[in-house]
Design a binder for this molecule. Structure first.
Ligand code: ADP
Length: 475
């Protein structure tokens, strides 16, 4: 099977969040199962491994009424072929998103992906789209490209990584950016709640819609989580699948991770993990003490991630015998109160307001617990990384957190994390206190750590689940 993935980010080239992790590991897992995978992404200014890219071709394409230069570069990594779409006007800027013309930039990219197929002859069996940035490819394909002989027969899969970002915009952009008729707005195909909505259009036009955990697939059918798209999702519910993301066990590996101080595996975790803990304490300016429970947080600082609960309970938490390391970047709204707290609790709270891959690895490896009380969490990768490093996740039971963290049962000695149900600061605090009580019992805690490290959350099972969906479309 040939699968083309269209995405706005992918490891190892460019990353702003979990989407890049998924696009870095799902194609690789499918290649290992004997399929051909091609990933198409924009050629950003801040791209890593830029020196490995080779020029392939250039031509002009139309984006609405605009004639645009489209350059194509390629590279191969882990058996996956990558194509990079070059246009300096759109992508030679710092970062990935957050510009006023993001809609136009990704309209260009959407056309470029479709044009690339015929220009370099990579017609796929499955075209796999991800989030709003590539959502309009489904509409462009079904309303326009599928009528050309070359393009016929491609099946479209759209994956929702986060329904909070939908690509909502002015109805005028449908014709201006995409050259499509306005009737697609008026007949509702591309309309939601008075806006042109790219994600709505993809849910309507794709052959199958997937999202990144079984629980999130259920949640987005409801008014509480559907973000206004619950009706169209209910309409498509028989074509909606929840497939839990995995993580790449080769690169996320405490026995080889070059970023951490002391390597360990299941057999050595009880003696060696603590050296990562003391090194992390020293690095973060906290008193070095192997016995005090150390709680880590690695996150984008946004409302989704439960920061309101964390900030609400921080002073209370600081009354316990604990240390907390936070690594995060994002909303100033959260940065300011956290800064004030860190300035006050200097001996217990280390605040690192930045994006730092190396430090994130050392937090996963060095902490005892990892706190992730998300308001909603489509899948979440951080809790899986924590488990891989024997760091016990404390999570709210939502989305992929619920699907990947089996709660501890002290009577049966099962489970590898702690979880609470309602988005409530007191419930979160109760579960932290419970975890701290169990931490004091060394034997029970070691049992948890071992079960965490035994959890199999790699891509093998998830890649098979995607293949099952892809195959169902090709029969
Ligand atoms: P989301 O994609 O919603 O941000 P995920 O848990 O799915 O959340 O993935 C987040 C990824 O980004 C993880 O790999 C996490 O380690 C990483 N990450 C988040 N914030 C930071 C940060 N400040 N520094 C380094 N890595 C971070």
């Amino acid at each position: 099977m040939r699968i083309v993935f269209a995405t706005s980010e992918a490891n190892p080239y460019i990353k702003s969040g979990g989407l890049a992790d998924v696009l870095g590991s799902l194609p690789k897992a499918l290649v290992q199962k004997g399929h051909e995978c091609i990933v198409v992404l924009p050629k950003y200014q801040d791209m890593k491994l830029a020196e490995t890219l080779e020029y392939v071709a250039s031509y002009d394409i139309w984006v609405g009424w605009r004639k645009c230069y489209c350059g194509v570069f390629t590279a191969k990594h882990d058996g996956v072929t990558y194509y990079f779409i070059d246009n300096e006007q759109y992508f030679r800027r710092p970062g990935l998103y957050g510009y006023d013309d993001d809609n136009e930039r990704f309209a260009f990219f959407d056309f470029a992906v479709l044009e690339l197929m015929s220009h370099v002859d990579i017609k796929p069996d499955i075209l796999h789209l991800h989030d709003w940035q590539t959502a309009m490819i489904a509409t462009l394909y079904k309303e326009r490209y599928a009528y050309y002989e070359y393009y016929q027969g491609i099946k479209i899969v759209f994956t929702i990584h986060n329904i909070a970002y939908q690509g909502k915009c002015d109805p005028k952009l449908l014709s201006d950016h995409f050259g499509l008729d306005n009737y697609l707005y008026y007949n509702g195909n591309c309309r939601n709640d008075g806006c042109f909505n790219m994600m709505k259009a993809a849910i309507y036009y794709s052959d199958v819609v997937t999202t990144v955990s079984p629980t999130y697939a259920q949640e987005i059918l409801t008014d509480s989580f559907g973000e206004g798209l619950q009706s169209i999702l209910q309409m498509r519910r028989h074509d909606l699948y929840g497939i839990l993301n995995g993580i790449d066990y080769e690169t996320i590996n405490p026995s080889t991770d070059p970023e951490i101080v002391e390597h360990f595996d299941m057999t050595t975790v009880d003696e060696k993990k603590v050296n990562n803990k003391t090194a992390l304490q020293a690095e973060c300016g906290l008193p070095v003490n192997p016995d005090v429970p150390l709680i880590g947080i690695v996150t984008r600082l946004t409302w989704q991630k439960g920061l309101d609960l964390i900030i609400d309970r921080m002073d209370e938490l600081m009354k316990r015998d604990v240390q907390v390391v936070i690594l995060g970047a994002g909303d100033q709204k959260y940065e300011e109160p956290l800064k004030a707290m860190a300035a006050y609790h200097t001996q217990k709270l280390s605040l690192n307001l930045k994006y730092d891959f190396g430090l994130s690895c050392r937090i996963y490896a060095g902490c005892d617990m990892f706190l992730m009380p998300s308001l909603f969490e489509p899948c979440g990768l951080s809790q899986m990384m924590s488990l891989r490093y024997g760091t016990i996740p404390l999570v709210r039971e939502t989305g992929g957190l619920k699907d990947s963290v089996e709660p501890y049962n002290e009577f049966e000695n099962t489970g590898m994390g702690f979880s609470f149900t309602n988005y409530n600061a007191h419930e979160m605090m109760d579960i932290i206190d419970y975890a701290l009580r169990i931490y004091a019992d060394k034997e029970k805690w070691q049992g948890l750590v071992h079960r965490a490290m035994e959890a199999k959350l790699d891509w093998d099972k998830s890649a098979d689940a995607y293949l099952k969906v892809f195959n169902s479309l090709l029969d």
